[in-house]
Design a protein around this ligand. Sequence first.
Ligand code: GDP
Ligand code: ZN
Length: 457
Amino acid sequence: MIFDTIAAISTPRGEGGIGIVRISGDLALDILEKIFIPASEKNVKELKTFTINYGKLINEKKEIIDEVLVSVMKAPKTYTKEDIVEINCHGGYLVTEKVLELVLRNGARHAEQGEFTKRAFINGRIDLTQAEAVMDLIHSKTDKSISLSLEQLRGDLRIKIYELKKMLLDVTAHVNVVLDYPEEGIDDPLPDNLYDNLKEVYSQCDDLINSYDTGKMIKEGIKTAIVGKPNVGKSSLLNALLREERAIVTHVAGTTRDVIEEIINVKGIPLIIVDTAGIRKTEDIVENIGVEKSKELIEKADLVLFVVDSSTEITKEDIEIYEKVKNKKVLGILNKTDLDKKIDISEFKEINSFIEISAKEKIGIKDIEDSIYNLVISGDIENNSQKLVITNVRHKSALEKTKDSIKNIFETIDMGMPMDLIAIDLRVALDSLSEITGEISTEDLLDHVFSNFCVGK
Ligand code: GDP
Ligand code: ZN
């Protein structure tokens, strides 16, 4: 396939020290020849592949735009399998934009979102799961989700899908023989080993589908609400959690005014503390609407930390909030245990146990982290870590289609219905699996996958 030459800034916007303009396509070196003078005084066309070259960028009027480092990577062993040139500009973002304009004026087209990766896919360098992994990697929030993306990038999911397809193809081969040679009189629908294949594929699809919730949570973070009536120590707890955690991943200003999301990394799982603005403003009126606000936060949360004050007796407000949280995934937190205990937590009977802490003295914070971790993973992560986890909804629905088709096959067999039906369902099951790796890909599907990319990737 022949494409035009594309270019984009592939470093994030903002005040970085350097910016990179990436060019991919047949014209990449022609364009470079027009705008770059290597310090080595070589002709651009003579620059060797996989070299980094220092020199000057010039515009049409021979004015120097920037001093740059240019990486030259010649096809086919490149990210897109095309000629790639990357210009490292030193002059900050404005200069980088100028360089991009210069490149565009000299024959490149501005790349669409994800277009470099789309080319890598179309030129056969990576499959669709790997392309999606690139995207996830760009958006990953913590180590754990990065390692999930890396697994996918190495092709673990693809290998698994091939295994499943292989098992289904064995069944298909048998079914086709039976259908093609009716005179052989084979009417035993499926030999045991092939029936086992179907059962195996069914249960592996099921496992992968079930891994989605965990995978999604690990990837996107767990929306966590810290709730409790005013003065129980929510702000203190948040601060303790933030301080405990050496690697605070990022602070994100939310879209709504006043809403700040704080992301805490709990053993590799990103915990997104929702509405910390509300928690932070300890002393002002925001706390007065505490109960109402809490209810709202609880609705939105994946996980609730329900904080009560052990040094006072339970009040109506505690009970009101408790009624809201008891049906959620909730951790009870008994704060201020450095003081004399006055509370009787048996009122909160639906909450199995309370973690005893002192936010002020920084006691019990690690217990909270351990409990959160266990609650999210629901099991032993060390055993689970060998298992493949899917994080992509497109993969999930394709696996569901496969699973449904196999279920149909079991029914067909149970009811003694004709083999043709089995063949049809096998086809659907195989096609759905192929959709995951992109061996069967409609234009729609491709656009859907690649439109989520950033430009420049
Ligand atoms: P919030 O209104 O729930 O956010 O509560 P704050 O975190 O603002 O705390 C309210 C008051 O309780 C402050 O004076 C804190 O210093 C105090 N406090 C919070 N945690 C503890 C604790 O573990 N022990 C003691 N003794 N005081 C605490
Ligand atoms: Zn507060």
